[in-house]
Design a protein around this ligand. Structure first.
Ligand code: ACM
Length: 536
């Protein structure tokens, strides 16, 4: 499989038109959804016997203050009610470790009270996200249906990736994406910080990277970079939303930008006939040493593998990044190093992964790095092949498990959020068997992708969003929603076949019920005609 990049298309006008035209007028609550719609599907949900809980301005909210603040904010956004907390009836938000494993929670909603209990602060936060989805209009009033929910994640790692290299996205946009991802119980933000088209983080040890290699984006669009304070702000905001940040410095390929700052570290671009075809099809010109690259070709760049200065550089970069990153993971890329020999690639990956491990962090690498026999044993592999593997990609992924480590699953033909939709705006690419429908994003089972591995070998699921064509926060919303909910369900919910809720029919009906909540939170989702959207 080789990436083939499509043309950039601006979608803002199309988005507005589609939003106005695309929503179906009435709920189509087929199948399982006499139950309240919760996405991702909870481990267990049962209707209560009694009457619902009625919300009003005087509803009291008691308990943990962070969770209470999160609840008040979402209730106000969804209902317009400002809960004063003075009434007798109320919502109680507690942490009780006996509730269950990490991130688990329980909700008991009845006429007299709503009690949300988290096993930890993250579990309580996820209980609040579920409560937001349970808010239901009843005439002029708002209710929470009588319900009993017991919930816990299937996988520990549930991520999204945002590529801020092909198009730079400012801190506020990243924070907005954190809010959105956390609302569907995702807990990792992988930031693809560097690529051929730009280096997006200032580092004191290597200041020329941000100074000289961040000025542009794909198509000659404006660039940008994060200061260290910006990065810390993103990390802190993510932590407040119970997410870790996984920073990626992609290497040894995808490094043309490094050569703009430190030419002595980079090989000259290696351009073959296939790359010329891509360049002819999509423009952007041939990559030239010392000149910012604004096209869509991949695989032409490499760091100098045989030069010790390269490893001094990597030690500086990951050392500084490790000091600013409280999460356990540093991602070294390792994908599409098409101009590096297998031998050079293996020796490079062995050294880069060892540098990260020696910093006390867990390396993460795209699945190609599984071919490197000397890779640090702790390295987590990220599989980006198709749901049905091709070209030995599953073999490379299995190598991480054979080393005693685990995999993150990002099957490109299901949950690459930058693939075009079958109908709707022309935003996005198609190289991964695209266009990609919401149903295809949903209809895969993590334990079935790589044969010979089971749940204990899977750290989790991550939905990447590459940004060759994605320029704005509105573009991000449109490409991510609703497909991000499918990835969230693969990462959080019980396995396919073990719950009545884990079917496409149930999912599409439940997602349709979330349209009004997403709209009230300002999420400009794609109104896909595969989903029976509810309108209010
Ligand atoms: C990738 O899509 N090259 C990880």
């Amino acid at each position: 499989m080789t990436r083939r990049r499509g043309p950039a298309v601006t979608a803002a006008a199309l988005l507005v038109a589609a939003l106005l035209a695309g929503c179906t007028p009435a709920a189509q609550n087929g199948g399982t959804v006499s139950l309240p719609a919760v996405v991702p599907a909870p481990a267990s949900i049962e209707r209560g016997q009694g009457k619902p809980f009625r919300l009003h301005g005087g509803t009291a909210v008691a308990g943990e203050t962070d969770a209470a603040a999160a609840l008040l904010a979402v209730v106000e956004a969804r209902t317009g009610l400002t809960l004063t907390g003075e009434g007798r009836l109320g919502v109680d938000l507690r942490v009780d470790p006996s509730t269950g494993g990490p991130e688990s929670y329980r909700i008991t909603a009845e006429a007299a009270s709503v009690v949300v209990t988290g096993a930890d602060a993250a579990g309580l936060f996820y209980g609040v996200q579920t409560l937001a989805q349970l808010l239901t209009r009843d005439g002029e009033e708002w209710i929470i249906p009588a319900v009993e929910i017991t919930d816990a994640p299937r996988f520990a790692y549930r991520g999204v990736m945002l590529d801020v290299a092909r198009h730079f996205h400012p801190v506020e946009t990243v924070k907005g994406y954190i809010d959105r991802a956390a609302s569907v119980k995702l807990n990792a933000l992988h930031l693809h910080l560097t690529d051929d088209q730009g280096w997006r983080l200032h580092l004191d040890s290597r200041p020329k990277l941000a100074e000289r290699a961040s000025g542009t984006s794909v198509g000659g669009d404006p660039g940008g970079f994060y200061t260290k304070d910006d990065y810390r702000e993103i990390v802190a905001y993510a932590a407040a939303n119970h997410m870790i940040v996984v920073p990626e410095i992609d290497m040894p390929g995808h490094t043309h930008a490094v050569g703009l700052a430190y030419p002595e570290l980079a090989e000259a671009p290696s351009i073959d006939e296939h790359m010329r075809e891509v360049i002819r099809a999509y423009g952007g010109g041939e990559p030239t040493p010392g000149v910012p690259y604004e096209g869509l070709a991949v695989g032409f760049s490499s760091l100098r593998i045989d030069d010790e200065a390269t490893y001094d550089f990597i030690a500086d970069v990951f050392g500084e990044l490790a000091a600013m990153t409280p999460g356990p993971y540093l991602h070294l890329g390792g994908d599409e190093s098409l101009s590096t020999t297998d031998e050079d690639f293996a020796s490079f990956i062995a050294r880069a992964s060892a540098i990260i491990a020696d910093l006390g962090k867990t390396p993460v690498a795209w699945h190609e790095a599984g071919a490197a026999s000397g890779i640090a044993d702790t390295t987590v592999g990220q599989y980006w092949g198709f749901v049905t593997p091709t070209g030995g990609m599953d073999e490379r992924a299995r190598a991480f498990v054979a080393n005693g480590s685990q995999l993150i699953l990002s099957p490109a033909d299901a949950i690459y959020l930058d693939m075009q939709y079958p109908s709707g705006p022309e935003l996005g690419l198609t190289w991964a068997n695209g266009p990609t429908s919401v149903e295809r994003a949903y209809a895969w089972e993590p334990s079935d992708v790589i044969s010979g591995i089971d749940d204990s070998d899977i750290l989790g699921v991550e939905a990447p969003l590459w940004t060759e064509t994605v320029r704005t926060a509105a573009d991000i919303d449109l490409m991510a929603f609703p497909r991000i909910a499918a990835a969230a369900e693969a990462g959080w919910s019980p396995a396919t076949g073990t719950s009545d809720l884990r079917t496409w029919e149930s999912f599409r009906a439940r997602v349709g019920e979330l349209g009004p909540l997403w709209t009230s939170l300002g999420i400009g989702f794609h109104p896909s005609d595969e989903i029976p959207w509810v309108t209010e």
